[in-house]
Design a protein around this ligand. Structure first.
Ligand code: GTP
Ligand code: MG
Length: 344
């Protein structure tokens, strides 16, 4: 079956750590990273923090095969560098129709003032996507790049073979619903849709094989560029805490992220758009009154968690089984700082 990991807010919720944990727990045989290389996922591995744009965070789970499908946008140089850094050369493959973001795309996007105005990180994914849509004769796919030759495989064909055999597969989504081209806060959005049905299209599968859709939230909102942000924090001292302890600095852009209050109305919409079945909360350690042992919460942490469960758990139900359910909670930046509600 397929499990999909989606971002509940404006991206950077910590999808990387979430899928990494579940990949190890449920034994996914393959994890696919969809979408563009402007979205950086980070995770700690062997004492080092990896900020990855192309290699899935589940690289940290030994034995998991890694795949880049035809709905992905990569830069060849970044891909090769990350493969070397993570040492996954023997277990990563790329679909022949994965799109290649060229230096010309990056340069064009960096020179585009409109894109700067909406807070684009300037990777060039939007320009690459446009060229693909326009069917430009010189458009480059992974199959056209000699350096990628020995990584090429029919990813979609392979995953259907694996699904037929009953294997479990994880899809590492990018960004978050507020950045969705069709359902987000236009024009402060990314160049594609970033909800579960889009991710399925990007790997080339229909909903039949989907088991769970995980949606990852932080107990506050963050944004790396301009755009609406309710209840925005302005106190520099408080913001410093988010940046230093919460890592609220763009993985790719290195820009400090803006911080706002959790938006329940938007979260309900996000759950509907994704058909979320399992909720993940990260960065709970940023709230006052949080208890790492998960025995007693007080103050801000207790208020937030109660509200979160009241508003978002069980808004759907099938055969008496409510969903979504709070499945996981991250309590710190390290991968092992995690509470699994299935095990409590
Ligand atoms: P995008 O596709 O860019 O949205 O990526 P992402 O959702 O994987 O998130 P990203 O890695 O960009 O940002 C999350 C950051 O928070 C990383 O620096 C993580 O190491 C860190 N992090 C994850 N969970 C927690 C947590 O519970 N507490 C704290 N303090 N940091 C966390
Ligand atoms: Mg990120």
């Amino acid at each position: 079956m397929i499990d999909i990991f989606t971002g509940g807010q404006g991206g950077d919720e910590g999808k990387g750590d979430a899928i990494r944990y579940v990949a190890g727990k449920l034994g996914y045989t393959v994890v696919l990273k969809v979408g563009g290389c402007q979205a950086g996922h980070s995770t700690w591995y062997k004492g080092r923090k990896f900020g990855l744009k192309t290699v899935p965070c589940a690289f940290a789970v030994e034995g998991v095969e890694l795949r880049i499908p035809s709905g992905a946008y990569i830069r060849t140089d970044w891909f090769l560098r990350e493969v070397e850094e993570t040492g996954v050369g023997g277990r990563i493959k790329v679909d022949p129709y994965c799109a290649i973001v060229t230096q010309a795309h990056t340069d064009e996007e960096n020179a585009d003032n409109n894109m700067k105005g909406i807070g684009s990180v300037g990777t060039g994914v939007g320009k690459c996507l446009r060229d693909r849509v326009e069917r430009k004769p010189n458009f480059v796919f992974a199959k056209d790049v000699p350096e990628l030759k020995h990584f090429i495989t029919d990813v979609t064909g392979e995953i259907h073979g694996r699904l037929k055999k009953g294997e479990d597969i994880g899809v590492e989504g990018t960004q978050g619903r507020k950045l969705d081209l069709l359902h987000g806060e236009y024009p402060y959005v990314t160049s594609r849709s970033v909800i579960s049905p889009q991710f399925l299209a990007e790997i080339g599968a229909g909903p039949r094989f989907v088991r769970d859709v995980y949606t990852v939230f932080k107990p506050y909102e963050s944004r790396v560029g301009p755009g609406p942000l309710k209840g925005e924090l302005t106190d520099e001292e408080v913001l410093k805490k988010y940046r230093q302890l919460g890592g609220e600095v763009g993985t790719v852009s290195k820009r400090p992220r803006r911080i706002g209050a959790f938006d329940f109305e938007a979260a309900i919409r996000t759950i509907m758009l994704n058909s979320t079945t399992r909720l993940v909360l990260t960065h709970m350690d940023m709230l006052e009154g949080f208890d790492k042992d998960h025995t007693k919460y007080t103050g801000e942490a207790k208020r937030f968690l109660d509200d979160f469960i009241d508003h978002l758990e069980g808004i759907y139900g099938v055969d008496g089984e409510p969903y979504p359910k709070l499945a996981l909670m991250k309590t710190g930046p390290m991968p092992e700082d995690i509470i699994d509600f299935d095990l409590l």
